[in-house]
Design a protein around this ligand. Sequence first.
Ligand SMILES: *[C@@H]1O[C@H](CO)[C@@H](O)[C@H](O)[C@H]1NC(C)=O
Ligand SMILES: *[C@@H]1O[C@H](CO)[C@@H](O)[C@H](O)[C@H]1NC(C)=O
Length: 545
Amino acid sequence: MRDCRVLCFFIALVLVFVHGVNGEDPYRFFTWKVTYGDIYPLGVKQQGILINGQFPGPQIDAVTNENLVINVFNYLREPFLISWNGIQQRRNSWQDGMYGTNCPIRQGKNFTYFIQVKDQIGSYFYFPSFGFQKAAGGFGGIRIWSRPKIPVPFPSPAGDFTILAGDWYKTNQYILRRLLDSGRNLPFPDGLLINGRGWNGYTFTVDQGKTYRLRISNVGLTTSINFRIQGHKMKLIEVEGSHTLQNTYTSLDIHLGQTYSVLVTADQPAQDYYIAVSTRFTARVLTTTAILHYSNSHNGVSGPIPVGPTTQIASSLSQARSIRWNLTASGPRPNPQGSYHYGMIKTSRTIMLANSAPYINGKQRYAVNSVSYIPADTPLKLADYFNIQGVFSVGSIPSNPTGGNGGYLQTSVMGANFRDYIEIVFQNWEDTVQSWHIDGHSFFVMGMDGGQWTPASRAVYNLRDTVARCTTQVYPRSWTAIYMALDNVGMWNIRSENWARQYLGQQFYLRVYSPANSWRDEYPIPKNAILCGRARGRHTRPFKK
Ligand SMILES: *[C@@H]1O[C@H](CO)[C@@H](O)[C@H](O)[C@H]1NC(C)=O
Ligand SMILES: *[C@@H]1O[C@H](CO)[C@@H](O)[C@H](O)[C@H]1NC(C)=O
């Protein structure tokens, strides 16, 4: 015990200095073996990506501020990388796990992520970020629990279920990728999965009369989903780290990459009920089901599967607007969420990002402000650190749409200043719903509406009680505006969560820059950083200052 105290203190000290994780908070250690394995989610044998033999991968549980040490061994026959959707990686974009920040883990090698879930609560997920590996699985849930002394604005539920749902292809990820590489679009998905299973493949068991928390993420590749439970209502409690006003819904639209937490009370007669998920805003509607099983039930599921909303955009938009912050509830800290008056802070800059689907060199691509992102041969974060010229240049994407339908290929990086408070308008002139994610930050969803955003659109902003989150939808021919505090130095991926779109260029990096070059703003490069491309053979100098 005493030995550990001394030894652990030194280990913690080393971890703080070398990896930027905080020694005062507890550690959780994970060893993950990433392999291929046969999976049959839609009844057909496929090559899946498993973590410790599991599909979906193991759940990560952590308490605010804890340190996660995750040693990932890549036993695939290809490079591999994991990213952490919604985990803010404060001062530590070195751990973000996108190809712009990290070299992929080569086959047969391992890499240890050191992640502190600083000042966060809520429900998120991790996923393979490299190539098109997400189409083969490799994703899993992340739950960050409140510290014991911080009040949570609902009674402790009797159980806590992670629900990873989304569209799925029977086709191997390589074939899907080749299709995209050849300049074509993906076909319509073959089905939907709930926790890696198809039709009635997964059962959640509940006790009659008790209340459960469900954390539902859309981990799919291309479509928004609608989620509902036969005969039951859902009380929304949390959205990507924000405690919400506890409105009741009969169904929820969950766009790509988003996560919602709801409470469900098993207050119906003892039998089994359908949990239904269907594609949203698609001409053809795919549906799948799981089972809500009452432990005292002797009857299987029966009756019609609950149908999803039939109206298109309007009901989804009004549902989105009904999601509010509970101003008096605590977030990760004891003070109420509402004590941060996000609507009163003056923004210093407006960035407008317009998505498009140009053909470039005869191939289907996707773009932001006419720039279609192409990966460089070296992660941008490493090129920045080692000052390697010619990998990218800051300002290689305009911060406003350029007009015109064309597009060009570029390793696009936008510059921004640490501590700025900015407005970003996502303008969607296409006919499909978009889902945008920003790494390293959470942002306030100020408003969304049809048509073209203009400064007059600010009149409808919610300046008081909108939620802070990390992924927002933009409806067809509509805009969504956000406010965001640039409180995290680093190289951060801004991307479409539609995986075909991000793969074909609808993404870029935001370089949040501080001239101070101080550990208070950003941790030094981790000692175990993998160095690839033009960074290969360089030396990490962890004690740079
Ligand atoms: C690979 O795993 C070993 C322990 O098995 C660890 O010591 C080493 O730091 C890991 N490599 C990286 C790059 O994290
Ligand atoms: C907001 O949170 C408080 C806890 O601070 C809770 O008592 C209240 O019921 C919540 N309000 C709503 C409308 O969910």
